[in-house]
Design a protein around this ligand. Structure first.
Ligand SMILES: Nc1ncnc2c1ncn2[C@@H]1O[C@H](COP(=O)(O)OP(=O)(O)OP(=O)(O)O)[C@@H](O)[C@H]1O
Ligand SMILES: [Mg+2]
Length: 277
């Protein structure tokens, strides 16, 4: 039931063209071109400070691009006349920090935006909320408060909250990197099942096993540009650029590289994380 204009890019979930973003004198995105098709899962990887979060934030205009064009589900969000609230309603966003309301129960956290933004009545909002709590495996937690849940459970609530708005696509910014290793798997399992259900997903992550198993495409960013992109079996397992190889060596085996600032993937050991030879 779409009423927005639908230009030639309407089949695409996200189209980014010539995107530049500067903060003062610091140029963070230096000309990004990429797109995400409907139903596609794209993982963005790259070193700290390479501009991954800024790219995601430009997609839903949490950051205003300095130059370039961003189109989401056929609507140009960089058009000065765009109704950005309307576009954002179609985009689910999940951050590293869960941003749940601490004074509201899980069920209330899931219904508040449905009622205020989508104007659903309580019964309809609760129906949708319960269906999405079931989807993330937390039906038994609807009366709990966020502080009574583990980090992994809170992140699954945050995902269920985003899903309750029935978004056309989901953006994830390192959704598991604040979690204890033993809690990462449950969140990734939820994301994997979303991908299997055909959700369009753009995911910034350090979880290389997730990227390899679930992503249709992996985008490697460094220094504000896309260095290479392609199917995970090429970019992760057989990178073409030295910068990609250096980054992957650090993420996949930080101990061997003598570095520890990059979070290690889940509870798995580095052995399992190495690309196939
Ligand atoms: N609001 C802001 N004001 C000024 N500089 C910013 C702002 N947001 C980001 N930056 C800078 O832009 C650069 C890219 O930041 P960004 O958060 O996009 O990187 P990232 O790839 O997501 O890194 P990480 O892996 O650490 O999350 C960094 O140098 C950062 O300090
Ligand atoms: Mg970031």
């Amino acid at each position: 039931m779409r009423t927005d204009r639908e230009p030639a890019t309407a089949g695409r979930a996200i189209q980014v063209e010539g995107l530049h973003k500067s903060f003062g004198a610091l140029e963070v995105l230096k000309g990004i071109d990429f797109s995400v098709e409907r139903g596609e899962v794209v993982c963005v990887i790259g070193p700290s400070g390479s501009g991954k979060s800024t790219l995601l934030r430009c997609v839903n205009l949490l950051e205003e691009p300095t130059a370039g064009r961003v189109t989401v589900a056929g609507t140009e969000v960089t058009d000065p006349d765009v109704d950005i609230d309307r576009v954002r309603r179609r985009i689910g966003m999940v951050f590293q920090s869960f941003n749940l309301f601490p004074h509201l129960t899980v069920l209330e956290n899931l219904t508040i935006a449905q009622r205020r933004v989508l104007r659903r009545d309580r019964a309809a909002a609760e129906r949708t909320a319960r269906a999405n709590l079931a989807r993330v495996g937390l039906s038994d937690k609807e009366t709990a408060y966020p502080a009574q849940l583990s980090g992994g459970q809170q992140q699954r609530v945050a995902i269920a909250r985003a899903l309750s708005m029935e978004p056309e696509l989901m953006l994830f910014d390192e959704p598991t990197s604040a979690l204890d290793p033993e809690l990462v798997g449950d969140v990734l399992a939820v994301m994997r099942s979303l991908a299997q259900d055909g959700m369009t997903m753009l995911v910034v992550t350090h979880e290389m096993s997730f990227a390899r198993e679930v992503a249709d495409r992996v985008v490697f960013m460094d220094g504000g540009v896309i260095v290479e992109e392609g199917p995970p079996e090429r970019v992760v397992a057989d990178p073409q650029h030295e910068r990609t190889r250096t980054f992957l060596a650090r993420v996949l085996d930080p101990a061997a590289a003598g570095l520890s600032e990059v979070p290690q993937a889940g509870a798995r050991g580095p052995e399992e994380e190495r690309p196939e030879p």
